[in-house]
Design a protein. Sequence first.
Length: 223
Amino acid sequence: MTQDELKQAVARAAVEYIQPKLELNSVVGVGTGSTANHFIDQLALIKHQFDGAVASSDATADRLRDHGIPVYDLNSIDSLSVYIDGADESDHRLCLIKGGGAALTREKIVAACADEFICIADESKLVDVMGVFPLPVEVIPMARSYVARELVKLGGSPEYRQGVVTDNGNHILDVHGLSITDPVDLEKRINGIVGVVTNGLFAARSADILLLGTAEGVKQLQA
Ligand code: 5RP
């Protein structure tokens, strides 16, 4: 199976997983990226079984609306039972690196609101120690160089993602060379740097379930 076929398989599995939990007034939190896009396409097939969605990016909102799924402002929602999103890396405790698509801040906000966070990924994303994938950090533009110098002090090699402006109008630094053995601590330390909006470690709020697409089928991992 190709990587894209594995992503499609986990997207289908995610819809099967959430379908029994959905009610006519349910609102589903939806992530960003190619795996999340497959999920949206599958979710559209059962769009009459729930109310609508909250999107973690403008691109996701557009795709949901194209499928005729109503998109709600997070501020108008009292509770969100479930959030489904991809990841760039996951360790075995289901701490994640996200932000390859530059949507990390909104993704983290929607994940924080959700009762259950289901990560969907192909098997290449599961690692023993995170950090091979460069850690995205969203920064206020005027703070970019200062934050980069502080990240070097933490042992990383930050690289400015040229030409990318987030949905929030900010810049992204991709931090290479980290071996992330304590993701909770590193997430907190990077978020403590003035000028950082957030970083792509989802460790304080990790995933609850990882649906992993493998050549042997979709596996369900729990934290
Ligand atoms: C976007 C993300 C994505 O979830 C992550 O980059 C994985 O993307 P894909 O599903 O395309 O492999 O965090 O900001």
